[in-house]
Design a protein around this ligand. Structure first.
Ligand code: ADP
Ligand code: MG
Length: 287
């Protein structure tokens, strides 16, 4: 579905004399993402995550190498429309993504622009709002929604254009924990049930545990790749890239370092409770 073949990106920086200098934001990126995969991208600020996201929907073209989306080269202008239709984007600030007076108008905006007929649009709006658990809010003013609801309706708006892939660039960064959970649950469900490719960029490690694969970025390169289990068992290496592991994983890691017999990594709280209760002679533990 998405193939990065030795992709490099350099921003052109002009100084006062209009001489151009180049800043390399991505270096030799290589990956292959299959249909239906859920991939998370993590990395410290400035590691190149947003630049990579902009290359995925052909907002930027590689300055070296080739980016392929469903077999289409993103550097060819003739492919732009098909690529933008195939790759939906959701950004950090939910307020910047509101265009309509009601939630359903907002969701209808994308397909309207694609020239979809009115009766089909309303069917799609209904299906997409239901997919993210927002059908009950369809007649509401989007500005009155909570952050989590705004992001879910932005996701419904992207879904209404029937993309094969959704790229979310820190979609939960401005949300409270409840809103974050709503958004992550919605995208996990879309991936598992509708088999939509999800590329989730986040700095909350907890949000990546349901992905098929995690890419860790540092200084414009992919420096680690693997399943959540593989990545989160490399606590010290992650630290060297100024990253942490999910809190539960870290607690389990610390317990193991202090002598507890725990097989790492532990990814969720129920798993840790099970392990501790076995050690505790099978008695229930309340956390
Ligand atoms: P991240 O999303 O991981 O924080 P970015 O992709 O935004 O990283 O940035 C990667 C690098 O590219 C950083 O060094 C950043 O300063 C630089 N950069 C990002 N956007 C621009 C831009 N529009 N012009 C010049 N440099 C940029
Ligand atoms: Mg960014």
């Amino acid at each position: 579905m998405i193939k990065a073949d030795n992709v490099t990106y350099e921003y052109r920086l002009s100084d006062e004399d209009d001489a151009c200098d180049a800043k390399k934001a991505l270096c030799n990126i290589q990956f292959d993402i299959k249909h239906g995969e859920f991939v998370s991208i993590v990395g410290h600020n400035g590691s190149g995550k947003s630049t990579l996201a902009r290359l995925l929907n052909a907002f930027l073209k590689p300055t070296g190498g080739t980016m392929w989306i469903d077999g289409l080269d993103t550097s060819k202008d003739d492919n732009l429309l098909a690529i933008r239709q195939n790759v939906g984007m959701v950004f950090q600030n939910p307020d910047n993504q509101i265009v309509g007076n009601t939630v359903e108008e907002d969701v209808a905006f994308g397909p309207e622009n694609l020239g979809v007929t009115t009766d089909k649009i309303w069917k799609r709006v209904e299906t997409c709002l239901a997919a993210v658990g927002m059908l009950k809010c369809r007649y509401m003013n989007p500005n009155k929604l909570s952050g989590g609801q705004k992001q879910r309706s932005a996701i419904a708006g992207v879904l209404a254009m029937r993309p094969k892939c959704i790229v979310l660039d820190e979609p939960t960064a401005m949300l409270d924990p409840k809103g974050r959970k709503e958004v992550i649950d919605a995208i996990t469900k879309l991936n598992k049930e509708e088999h939509i490719n999800v590329i989730l960029i986040t700095h909350y490690m907890e949000e990546t545990i349901h992905s098929d694969r995690i890419y860790v970025m540092d200084s414009g390169r992919i420096v680690m790749t693997g399943s959540p289990e593989q990545i989160f068992s490399r606590v010290e290496e992650l630290k060297s890239y100024r990253l942490t592991v999910p809190t539960i994983t870290y607690i389990a890691h610390k317990l193991r370092l202090s002598g507890f017999d725990i097989r790492e990594p532990v990814l969720d709280v129920d798993e840790l409770i099970d392990i501790l209760s076995v050690m505790h002679g099978g008695e229930d533990i309340c956390l």
